[in-house]
Design a protein. Structure first.
Length: 419
């Protein structure tokens, strides 16, 4: 063997056989000039079998005509592309190729480095499918899924929002783009911001579940109640990342408020029922005693109301009761408290009010009722009792005294005020 041949053999061995990559040298007619064992093994052929093949015998991505055209135009610029190749057993693999053209012994050869990327593509495909699956799930979840991050230096961001945030908050994707949290946080009701921050800090400190209900200004101009439930985790850089869900609970909150309102409201007149009025009476007596301020109580009862029901029917009687409550509300202060004591009996608490002033209020209310022409019924009158809270007096004793005063008004001719 000549020195030239021996040196060439060493060169080919160093470049091809000792390379960690699969390699092949192709002629411009598509035949194999030389392939290394790594590439032969990749395709499942022997080296001798490889010498008898053409590139289109294993490449399934490009046609023979396209491959021949590509071989003619390869230069030394390092063309890079992906393809699909068929192994001897018929299975296929995804490959990534880097090609360079070179002139060797007067012949144009194409040197190719081939990497099997089948596993990488499969992993990428699984990740893509997983992301698509999660996105489909997220899009079906009521409300919005989100991630919220607090960095060690206190910087905040929302790495993720599901598309439900658009409907939930009335925000656009354009508003949500970028790392800034201002477009989201600026929609939170100002009175609830401090509570949210306290919850976040406590959750970050103990890595405890964060649950909070708060109000937002929706993009359509309305106010909504939002419930947030999130679980935190500590990241390697010290950040805390919460993964959670936001739900619109406006209807639930409104329903709960309606139930609470019904529990303390008289169903006919819309003012405080007796149970709630008793609670308010205890509350105002306590406040008056605490601050040493006066407080008065008015009780009134419609005169001969049974005659109204007997003559005009209970529906008309109910209309009268509703109108009396409405007229009274119109002529008392916003701080005064009005309640239905039972049947056609009503009471009014007047905080910061002495007996003389309370009598004036009662007289004004009496005249208002007496001068009003009720539908179908005409004139209706009421008798009023007025008392002022005595030191150390409780609600029961006060209510008993005002009841007695009101009955004195009845006994003394009705349609009058007694104290």
């Amino acid at each position: 063997m000549t020195t030239l041949v021996r040196d060439e053999s060493i060169l080919w061995s160093a470049l091809f056989e000792q390379s960690g990559d699969a390699m092949v040298a192709l002629r411009q007619d598509g035949s194999v000039y030389r392939a290394n064992r790594r590439y032969a093994d990749m395709l499942g052929y022997t080296l001798d079998e490889m010498k008898t093949l053409f590139v289109w015998d294993w490449d399934t991505h490009f046609s023979k005509e396209v491959l021949l055209e590509m071989l003619k135009t390869v230069d030394n610029s390092g063309a890079h592309f992906v393809s699909t190749q068929r192994r001897k057993d018929g299975t296929t693999i995804d490959v990534e190729l880097s090609n360079n053209g070179a002139l060797y012994r007067g012949e144009s050869l194409i040197f190719c480095i081939i990497r099997d990327i089948t596993a990488r593509n499969a992993t990428a495909m699984k990740l893509q499918q997983s992301e698509e699956r999660l996105q489909r799930i997220a899009s079906q979840v009521p409300g919005a899924l989100y991630q919220y991050r607090m960095a060690p230096d206190g910087e905040r961001s929302f790495p993720y929002f599901s598309e439900g945030i658009v409907e939930l908050g009335g925000l656009t994707w354009a508003e949500l783009s970028g790392p800034s949290i201002d477009p989201v946080m600026s929609h939170i009701h100002r009175e609830d911001a401090a509570l949210i921050e306290t919850t976040v800090q406590r959750s970050a400190r103990h890595l405890s579940h964060a649950h909070i209900e708060f109000r937002i200004h929706h993009g359509d101009g309305s106010h909504r109640w939002i419930e947030s439930r999130a679980t935190p985790q500590r990241e390697e850089d010290g950040s805390v990342l919460w993964t959670g869900i936001l739900l619109d609970i406006t209807k639930r909150v409104e329903a709960e408020e309606k139930v609470r309102l019904l529990a303390k409201t008289d169903g006919l007149t819309g003012i405080n029922n007796r149970q709630e009025f008793n609670r308010l009476l205890d509350q105002e007596i306590g406040r008056a005693a605490r601050y040493g301020s006066p407080m008065a109580l008015i009780m009134y009862d419609l005169d001969h109301f049974k005659r109204v029901n007997d003559r005009f029917g209970h529906d008309t009687g109910d209309d009268v009761l509703r109108k009396v409550a409405e007229l009274t509300n119109q002529h008392i202060r916003g701080t005064d408290l009005h309640g239905r004591w039972g049947g056609e009996e009503f009471m009014v608490i007047l905080p910061q009010t002495g007996l003389d002033a309370a009598r004036d209020v009662a007289e004004k209310l009496r005249k208002t009722i007496a001068h009003y022409a009720f539908n179908k019924v005409g004139a209706v009158t009421a008798s009023y009792g007025v008392v002022e809270l005595n030191p150390q007096e409780n609600a029961k004793a006060l209510a008993q005294r005002v009841d007695e005063a009101m009955y004195r008004a009845k006994e003394r001719g009705r349609n009058r005020v007694e104290s």
